[in-house]
Design a protein around this ligand. Structure first.
Ligand code: SF4
Length: 483
């Protein structure tokens, strides 16, 4: 019998990307085949409701699948919706889209593969796995040789206890539940044995790992201990973690950037606003002085560290003066990249009730000003890499192709979409293919390489000399032996 073809669409954060990767692996190990949207009969939408825009995209995708079920009269389609929209909308989502047969929340994903097996056996069955668990639910499955990615995400916790005023996460992902250190280490060992070389530890607030429900920090930080234990695993080349709440980052975690060799010199440290008044309204529990102290101590521990951040433009009550303070912080810290958004009301979040909502046009104008500033800073950073050598971890063939230097310059520089995939400038006729990888600082580099074995260049560490900067990435050429 032909295998059921499934198609997973992921919306939102890296937590969801990590969850989807696990679910795909679990379904493949149960005999399902992963395929394109057009070929699938089992659709999984792993959703995000952190921002209104992401939530609307989910509804539009559900509409597309509904049309596929109805207009084409395709039989036997199974639709499953997981993640934050499923948790937030609950069974009402099943009433609105009758094609949905399974709803699972972030805690229910561990049982989703088993539930999908049942749905296929019982065509009239509909299930929901939306209850929050008291403890982190372990997910079955070890990695097999040759199936592990070069760079893998490992969940260390679920949920969040912070209730920042604008955020829906504690409502839809539940309270913080940390995974046992041994379970995290076992998963890392399994990945490393199967070929992974880089691990990113994932959680909504990793700095609070192991402090579930604690209001006081015990001696030493459980997350710093975990970092040291993971960093010591044989076979690990690179270690990263995300996301860090500034109020919880412990001195031991800061100093780890100077002490732990595999720990990469890049940290995502959400600032959200550069105004102390707005930070207080947001309930972030740090101020700009504390944030700058952390930045100083990180740069003392690891002078070349790159910092990235999140910024919200137009939080309720934000004045032009508050926004100027945000721009000032961006200038002082010089972030390598920032993910910035216009504030939007999210159901259940406290900020919905705050007065002094900022007019959307004003918020959009602020967003574009800060993005313009950030683009220039990011651009300068990429250009400063030209002529340097860096070791990249190759992950996969480049997803986008590039025109030759001359042609790209004619187009005003930058990447040019829509050209034939995997052709590198000057690669025509050379038999070379463009591969992409990351420097320890997390910068993406494309490099032309000759064909190589069954897995190509995946998981190979390669010195490259950087020749060119494009809008979001770099291009280089091999500058040493791979290992
Ligand atoms: S720390 Fe704040 S912004 Fe981050 S997930 Fe928790 S509540 Fe949301």
């Amino acid at each position: 019998m032909a295998a059921t073809v499934f198609h997973i669409q992921t919306f939102g954060c890296q937590m969801n990307a990590g969850d989807s990767a696990w679910l795909a692996r679990s379904l493949r190990s149960r005999g399902f085949a992963q395929g394109a949207f057009e070929d699938a009969s089992l659709y999984v939408l792993n959703t995000c409701s952190v921002r209104d825009k992401a939530e609307q995209k989910v509804y539009s995708e559900l509409g597309r699948i509904a049309r596929l079920c109805g207009v084409r009269r395709r039989q036997g389609i199974t639709v499953c919706v997981g993640g934050c929209v499923a948790q937030q909308a609950g069974p009402a989502l099943m009433r609105r889209f009758p094609q949905i047969r399974l709803l699972f929340g972030p805690d229910g994903i561990a049982r989703a593969p088993e539930a999908i097996d049942r749905l296929l056996e019982e065509p009239s069955l509909r299930l929901n796995l939306l209850a929050f668990a008291d403890q982190y639910e372990e997910r079955a499955g070890v990695w097999q040789e040759g199936t592990a990615p070069a760079s893998a995400f490992v969940n260390i916790m679920q949920g969040c206890d912070n209730f920042c005023a604008y955020c829906i996460v504690p409502h839809v992902r539940g309270r913080q539940k940390s995974r046992k250190p041994e379970a995290v280490l076992d998963e890392c060992r399994s990945l490393l044995a199967a070929g992974t070389r880089e691990v990113t530890l994932l959680g909504q607030n990793v700095n609070a790992y192991g402090l579930d429900g604690e209001s006081e920090r015990p001696d030493g930080a459980p997350f710093a201990r975990l970092l040291r234990d993971v960093a010591a695993l044989p076979g690990l080349s690179r270690l990263r973690f995300v996301t860090s709440h500034p109020k919880d980052i412990a001195p031991e975690v800061v100093s780890a950037f100077g002490d732990l060799e595999p720990l990469c010199p890049r940290l995502h440290l959400p600032l959200q606003s550069g105004s102390d008044r707005i930070l207080q309204r947001m309930g972030r529990r740090y101020d700009t002085a504390r944030y700058l102290d952390i930045v100083d101590s990180l740069r003392r521990a690891r002078p070349d560290i790159l910092l990235t951040t999140d910024i919200i433009a137009g939080f309720p009550g934000e004045t032009e003066e508050d926004f100027a303070a945000t721009l000032d912080m961006m200038r002082r810290v010089r972030f390598a990249a920032s993910f910035s958004f216009v504030y939007s009301d999210r159901p259940q979040a406290r900020a919905v009730l705050l007065p002094d909502k900022v007019e959307r046009a004003v918020a959009l104008n602020r967003l574009s000003r800060l993005q313009r500033w950030q683009n220039e800073a990011s651009d300068q950073l990429l250009r400063s890499m030209i002529g340097k050598t860096a070791t990249i971890l190759l992950e996969e063939p480049s997803r986008r192709s590039f025109l030759s230097r001359e042609a790209a310059d004619k187009e005003g520089g930058g990447e040019v979409a829509g050209t034939k995939p995997d052709v590198f400038p000057g690669g025509k006729g050379t038999g070379k293919q463009s591969w992409q990888g990351k420097t320890p600082h997390g910068l993406i580099v494309h490099v032309p390489l000759p064909p190589r074995g069954k897995d190509g260049w995946q998981g190979v560490l390669l010195p490259v000399s950087i020749e060119r900067a494009t809008k979001h990435s770099l291009q280089g050429k091999q500058a040493g032996a791979p290992w």
